[in-house]
Design a protein around this ligand. Structure first.
Ligand SMILES: Nc1ncnc2c1ncn2[C@@H]1O[C@H](COP(=O)(O)OP(=O)(O)OP(=O)(O)O)[C@@H](O)[C@H]1O
Ligand SMILES: C[C@@](O)(CCOP(=O)(O)O)CC(=O)O
Length: 507
């Protein structure tokens, strides 16, 4: 059995700009993760080499979410066709899953040969895919239990809760479910097929210490995600699913252009193009993490936006107003990079003197940001920490203003008035450091960075409780907290099934 998980994402800053390799985005990988389990169907090892190879994929959180595939392995090609044996249980096509299986098997064929691949597949595979509850709105499940949408109640829900609906009907929360899904599925298959070594995901560092196996998993997941989506996005979501929180700069889309055909010609070599040694994969992953004793709060806002249409309108505006747009993007990128640098500086100040840092966090957690520098007699070292937090607040407010400016110039609701009102109300709460709209913005969500002092025993005194009180009383938009926060683990990792509560029961 192979169990692999990968985190969801929040693009704190760099939405739209991260589509251009000239700019970077601040991506936080979340504690909410997707899990893929791959098991040999014939578990006793007796491999029926003459029987057709079957791969069954199930997503138990959804109704009729079972897909059965027949696999044909020739000397130079792999065919994966869906077997619609029982319409009542077999759902419609799942392009993302089918392409992931087909292209990973083709890569395995190139790297290991037909006989080896047939041997690996002979028993057939049973694959289960699940996502943490936060990837999907839990409003209906909470209401069914007469529970209010609070963090405390979210934690009471059973893990991997059934949504009661079909996959196409679910309300997603925008944590990057398809990127996390594809990354965990591709990584699990590469491991189970022994295409990459078993220890490919043990290193927890960023790109510098990443194994060749992790890099191959990244390139393959990026390619399949773009192929399934029919476009080459920035790829920040797959990169954070693989490498964890980071400052991300996209790769040149041309690297996968030759492979963006549904039916690959025999000339295209997946293994050559996807190889971690292929210099055309010129993405950059720079280390990033949030400061200690802070929490990234995320809210799912019910109004919802169509990201691709927002992106299309902003890129059209940029094309038609390139001088004005490039000046705004350069300016915004500079503030984005200042935010990343200042957040990282707080981590180093905490390492230099953790007691002093903890004292400052506890002091600021009870104050509104406008009060932080009011005290006349702050010790110099503590003043440096306070001033750095004040810079984070300032940068996040500047980014909001520039994103609003880009929205008004391109006639796109990046931070529409209703979101501005909600964010202003939240950012003025005592203990809130800053906030904004993640990714492309719109009405989908908001993020807030809040203090979470390590030694507060009464949770009602935490800034997150004060923020939740604002959200629960907010009438202009439907605001639901998500339990996700920054993940401590870096990107995709192998899991022990026994340690994932509620997963074994779903197999
Ligand atoms: N839990 C799942 N099990 C199987 N397939 C899934 C699952 N979640 C997503 N998919 C596949 O990925 C496709 C795209 O999913 P989705 O629309 O959730 O992606 P997304 O835009 O990344 O979502 P998000 O809003 O979370 O960023 C779906 O149509 C489906 O084919
Ligand atoms: C607008 C864009 O730059 C980010 C979209 O982020 P999100 O899906 O709204 O979290 C698009 C992309 O990078 O693919």
């Amino acid at each position: 059995m192979t169990v692999v998980s990968s985190p969801g994402k929040v693009l704190l800053a760099g939405g739209y700009l991260v589509l251009d390799p000239k700019y970077s985005g601040i991506v936080v990988s979340t504690s909410s993760r997707f899990y893929t389990v791959v098991e040999d169907k014939v578990r006793d090892g007796a491999r029926g080499s003459e029987s057709p190879i079957q791969i069954r994929v199930r997503s138990p959180q959804f109704v009729t979410a079972t897909w059965v595939y027949l696999v044909h392995v020739d000397e130079a090609a792999v065919r994966v066709e869906q077997l619609a044996d029982d319409v009542s249980t077999t759902s419609t096509k799942n392009k993302f899953v089918q392409l992931a299986i087909e292209r990973v098997l083709l890569l395995a064929l190139e790297l290991k040969g037909a006989a080896s691949l047939r041997g690996q597949l002979a028993a057939g595979y049973d694959i289960v895919i699940v996502g943490d509850n936060d990837f999907y709105s839990q409003r209906a499940q909470l209401a069914a239990r007469n529970l209010q949408p609070t963090l405390e109640n979210l934690f009471q829900l059973p893990p991997f809760l059934s949504t009661g609906v079909k996959l196409a009907e679910v309300h997603k929360t925008g944590l990057g479910s398809s990127a996390a899904l594809i990354t965990s599925l591709v990584s699990a298959l590469l491991l189970h097929l022994s295409v990459i070594p078993k220890d490919s995901f043990t290193s927890e560092g960023g790109l510098d210490s990443a194994s060749e196996g992790r890099k191959l998993a990244h390139n393959t997941a990026q390619y399949i995600h773009c192929l399934a989506q029919g476009k080459v996005g920035s790829g920040f979501d797959v990169s954070s699913a693989v490498f964890g929180s980071q400052l991300y700069t996209r790769f040149d889309p041309q690297v996968i252009q030759p492979l963006m055909e549904e039916n690959l010609g025999s000339t295209q070599s997946l293994s050559r193009i996807l190889s971690p040694l292929n210099p055309a994969w010129d993405y950059r992953v720079e280390p990033f993490k949030l400061p200690p004793q802070t929490r990234l709060m995320l809210a799912d806002v019910d109004a919802g936006s169509d990201t691709p249409s927002l992106v299309g309108k902003v890129l059209k505006w940029r094309k038609e107003n390139s001088t004005e747009a490039n000046a705004l993007w350069d300016n915004l990128d500079s503030t984005n990079k200042s935010l990343a640098k200042t957040l990282l500086k707080l981590s180093s100040l905490a390492e230099q003197n953790s007691d002093e840092y903890s004292r400052v966090v506890k002091y600021l957690a009870s104050l509104q940001s406008v009060q932080w520098l009011a005290h006349p007699a702050i010790p110099p070292n503590e003043l440096q920490v306070i001033e750095t937090f004040a810079e984070v607040h300032q940068h996040s407010e500047e980014i909001r203003a520039k994103m609003r400016d880009m929205g008004s110039r391109s006639d796109v609701p990046i931070e529409p008035p209703e979101q501005t009102e909600l964010l202003d109300a939240c950012v003025s709460v005592a203990g809130v450091i800053g906030g904004g709209v993640p990714g492309a913005g719109g009405y989908d969500a908001i993020w807030l960075l809040v203090f979470e002092p390590k030694d507060i025993v009464d949770s009602s005194q935490l800034p997150s409780s004060r923020v939740e009180a604002v959200w629960s009383s907010w009438t202009k938009l439907d605001v639901s907290p998500l339990s996700a926060k920054e993940s401590v683990a870096k990107g995709v990792r192998v899991e022990n099934i026994e340690s994932i509560k509620g997963l074994k029961e779903l197999l």
